[in-house]
Design a protein around this ligand. Structure first.
Ligand code: AMP
Length: 297
């Protein structure tokens, strides 16, 4: 496994592989790997002749009051884990190489960012779309893999790729969970044992909503009320949002849930912000991509 820091060197490598007709699979990450990251890498390994993973804690997607400085980092541990999964190249640039002085070009996906996390993290998705666009130009992947844990991010990347005619297949993969249901996240490392326990309310509330839905409940107020009451029962937990929305446009649903809905939530456990989501019913779009297709066919 190779570690590349220089964007220009990464680009030369990628161009070489392309000339040889190799399929490039790519998993962008901020590092501090967990099973969720590894599941994307394993799928990438299956889909590509070469597998590139990027590790970059992207400053432009963090707000001034957010956790950029204290975001967990452990490159040596990440490299060992990546090697075990069979990653070919880890691309780990410095911030200064990605955003040199005078940098002034950004990618913004307008409407999809006006919902859910976008409302609580101004500028976040602009930072995400910009860095992913840059990474695509550097790594030149045929297929790029993302987790549905960050569902809004996945939709935004899919939209960006369509709108800007980027020649890359986006694959969305299911949320990897700890045995007790907690969605794997690098930020789980912030949680004290007590907070870790409280955080279980997130996945528990989603499970309860799934149960209601499968028992025929379709009233959004009922479903949202139940989820909220589970979350609010825990004094360590502070709800940021709980929404039922259209899984393609993220517009909030009123009245009744139709064929399918995204149930998404964000909450603070102590100072740690966690998100989770589930799909109630059937949807196409992001759901379809879970299965994905052969990158060449
Ligand atoms: P991050 O390092 O948190 O930016 O995440 C890198 C990629 O891993 C993104 O595509 C995330 O959606 C994905 N990811 C994060 N957590 C999970 C999880 N629990 N299950 C599946 N994918 C995940």
């Amino acid at each position: 496994m190779e570690v590349v820091k220089d964007p220009a060197e990464m680009q030369r490598k990628a161009e070489g592989w392309r000339r040889e007709g190799k399929v490039i699979a790519f998993v962008p990450t901020m590092g501090y790997f967990h099973e969720g990251h590894l599941s994307l890498m394993r799928e990438g390994r299956r889909r590509g002749d070469v597998l590139v993973v990027s590790i970059f804690v992207n400053p432009t997607q963090f707000g001034p009051q957010e956790d950029f400085e204290r975001y967990p980092r452990d490159l040596q541990r990440d490299l060992r884990m990546a090697e075990e999964v069979g990653v070919d190249v880890v691309f780990a640039p410095e911030a200064g190489a990605m955003y040199p002085p005078g940098f002034q070009t950004y990618v913004e996906v307008k409407d999809l960012q006006e919902h859910l996390c976008g409302l609580f993290r101004p500028g976040h998705f602009r930072g995400v779309a910009t860095v992913v666009a840059k990474l695509f130009n550097i790594v030149k992947p045929h297929v790029a893999l993302f987790g549905k844990k960050d569902y809004q991010q996945l939709l935004i990347i899919e939209q960006m790729v369509r709108d800007l005619n980027m020649d890359v297949q986006i694959v969305g993969l299911p949320t990897l969970r700890e045995p007790d249901g907690l969605a794997a996240s690098s930020r789980n490392a912030y949680l004290s044992p007590e907070e870790r326990k409280a955080a279980l309310a997130l996945s528990r509330s989603l499970k309860r909503a799934e149960e209601l839905f499968s028992n025929g409940e379709r009233r959004t107020e009922r479903i949202l009320g139940e989820v909220r009451s589970i979350l609010e029962a825990d004094p360590l937990l502070q709800v940021e949002y709980v929404e039922l929305c259209d899984p393609r446009t993220l517009e909030g649903l009123r009245g009744e849930v139709g064929k399918g809905a995204l149930l998404a939530l964000a909450a603070r456990v102590g100072t740690t912000r966690l998100i989770d989501n589930t799909i109630l019913g059937e949807v196409d779009s992001a759901e379809d991509n879970a299965q994905g297709q052969d990158p060449q066919g």
